[in-house]
Design a protein. Structure first.
Length: 145
């Protein structure tokens, strides 16, 4: 059984452990102050939001970060920026439950859609994403500043 809910101040260490795992997976390193800054934003829940997945023992086994933003072509949309499941909890519905919770959050706020990106080589995640969402034909470009 997986329960989805908000993070609490007591969850800081486990949240950071999982978020560091996410960043390591994508081969990036964040400065310690970035974790501090984002944690505070998630706790305030004003512009950025976070949820966690807890297993039957109450242990956090997954996290997601997301936010709502305007769209020039219609109602606001929700960007699911980060999604990570602890390696030992994969295949138990954690990722699916976190996505479903973000979708419900976005529906309650009148968003037109939820969207996210993943790496082409992230085959494990893409197997889930192909089941729960439509893959679009868009190609992602960026300019690093």
């Amino acid at each position: 059984m997986i329960a989805i809910g908000p993070l609490t101040t007591a969850d800081r260490a486990r949240w950071q452990e999982l978020f560091e795992g996410y960043n390591t997976f994508y081969e990036r390193t964040l400065a310690p102050e970035t974790y501090d800054e984002k944690w505070e934003k998630f706790l305030r829940g004003e512009s950025m939001h976070a949820l966690c997945a807890r297993d039957e023992n109450g242990a956090i086994v997954g996290i997601t970060h997301y936010f709502q933003h305007p769209s020039t072509s219609g109602p606001d949309v929700c960007y699911l920026q980060d999604l990570f499941t602890a390696p030992d909890a994969r295949g138990r519905g954690v990722g699916r439950a976190l996505i479903e919770a973000v979708v419900e959050w976005a529906k309650r706020r009148g968003c037109a859609r939820v969207y996210w990106h993943t790496s082409e080589w992230n085959e494990t995640a893409r197997r889930l994403y192909d089941q729960v969402a439509e893959k679009t034909p868009f190609v992602h470009y960026r300019i690093m500043l």
